[in-house]
Ligand binder design. Structure first.
Ligand code: PMP
Length: 432
């Protein structure tokens, strides 16, 4: 049946779809960290709907909440409802105290890309400026503006008139330093380079409306930004009154071991974008949290129909209840360490692993070319070998050479151990 469904999909859906090409699985049902395909095979799910399913599949408390909300109200536009107000209150309460009272919230629409659009428009209007600084290796989405801010060139091929005025600054990808420096002696040159670019008014980059940054590049290859790099950017942005947008679509909602990743960097961003993990169960919703001083919006400045998903608000509140009650952020840190340690052990003596890195449960294994195969071919082989052994993994990175781990945030020690055993066996089989 799986083959039939995959063929049926290929016959009438656009070629732009990505996941089923590399992961030929037709899903019947799922529970927790496990997916069952239509032929009855069970897989550990380390993709989690692209980092969305914070509490895994079909969490009973989230289901109960949504079922209850279904009978009350599903879509509420932007009318106030008790659950919308509660969701908002809880989201704002998750912010560090130092900025909480300065921030407002805006509901942006169903997708992470919608949040990116809103954030950039907000900063453009507030500053009256046009350009945006993004980073090499960034991913911000597929809409016109979000793709313009995404550095990967392949999806942009043949697309004219994307957003003008986007400058891609070097990202501190220390494993492959864009400036060919060594992390212990570089003095964070990449960060300084951006500072110099911003200060040099003759350098061809006019003062931008915003800087947009992923604290851990996700699609770019699970690359945590070093603290000093981020602080340098935040410092200079503040000094020059350039709003700093942190795109926490993937890193947010607990994925890195704090509610937002920026908390681990000691910075105070002006705009935070959140989406994927907000509802805990994959219901579409995105928000921006932004400093009130940027609020020059008037009625109609940024609207849209799907900004009132009360099902997502309800599950989002229950997700936070579970997160707090079960100390889920501790679990993210502990399971993250378990996976990183296990992967580093498996990589010892392996000729195909180039780097193991991550923050919380956003982990990447960068592969190396081997026996005539390129690094991306090796990554694909590892992904396939893991799939045959019952583990679903994602691939990302500059040259598609990073195998990415994005498990649910409530993953157990046992399941993490199972996944490590699969990856270890898969590594050996690829090397044979
Ligand atoms: N920003 C980041 C950092 C992302 O990882 C993604 C999705 N992978 C997006 C934005 C876009 O989100 P969406 O696909 O929901 O539009």
């Amino acid at each position: 049946l799986g083959r039939v469904l995959l063929e049926s999909q290929a016959a009438n859906e656009s070629n732009a779809r990505t996941y089923p090409r590399k992961l030929p699985v037709a899903i019947d049902r799922a529970s927790g960290s496990y997916i069952t395909d239509v032929d009855g095979r069970v897989y550990i799910d380390f993709l989690s709907g692209a980092g969305v399913l914070a509490l895994g599949h079909n969490h009973p408390e989230l289901i109960a909440t949504v079922q209850e909300q279904l009978t009350r109200l599903t879509h509420g536009l932007d009318f106030p409802t008790p659950v919308r107000e509660e969701f908002k209150r809880r989201q704002l309460s998750m912010l560090p105290e130092s900025i909480r009272d300065d921030m407002k919230i805006h509901f942006c629409g169903p997708t992470g890309g919608d949040g990116v659009e809103a954030a950039v428009k907000l900063c453009k209007k507030a500053t009256g400026r046009g350009g945006v600084i993004a980073f090499q290796g960034s991913y911000h989405g597929s809409s016109h503006a979000a793709m313009s801010l995404t550095s990967e060139t392949q999806p942009k091929e043949g697309l004219h008139n994307l957003l003008p005025g986007v400058h891609f600054a070097p990202f501190a990808y220390c494993h492959r330093c864009p400036l060919n420096l060594k992390p212990d002696s570089c003095g964070t040159r990449c960060g300084q380079l951006l500072t110099n670019t911003l200060r040099d008014t003759h350098g061809g980059v006019p003062k931008p409306a915003a800087i947009i940054l992923e604290l851990v590049q996700g699609e770019g290859g699970s690359i945590p930004a070093p603290v000093e790099f981020v602080r340098e950017i935040a410092r200079e942005a503040k000094a020059q009154d350039i709003p700093l947008i942190v795109d926490e679509v993937q890193t947010g909602c607990g994925r890195t071991g704090t509610w937002f990743a920026f908390e681990q960097y000691g910075i105070e961003p002006d705009v935070i974008i959140a989406s994927k993990g907000l509802s805990g169960m994959g219901l579409p919703v995105s928000i921006i949290l932004y400093n009130k001083r940027l609020d020059t919006w008037t009625p109609g400045s940024h609207i849209g129909t799907f900004r009132g998903n009360n099902l997502a608000f309800a599950s989002g509140v229950t997700y936070l209840d579970v997160l707090e009650r079960e100390h889920l952020l501790d679990n993210v840190r502990t399971r993250g360490e378990q996976l990183l340690d296990g992967l580093r052990a498996a990589a010892l003596g392996s000729s195909i692993v180039d780097d193991v890195r991550g923050l919380g449960l956003m982990i990447g294994v960068e592969m190396r070319g081997f026996g005539g195969a390129t690094s991306s071919e090796v990554a694909l082989r590892l992904q396939r070998a893991a799939l045959r052994r019952g583990l679903i993994l994602e691939i990302g990175g500059r040259e598609d050479c990073v195998v990415r781990l994005l498990p649910p945030l409530n993953i157990t020690e046992h399941t993490a151990g199972e996944a490590l055993a699969v990856i270890t066996a898969a590594l050996r089989s690829v090397e044979e």
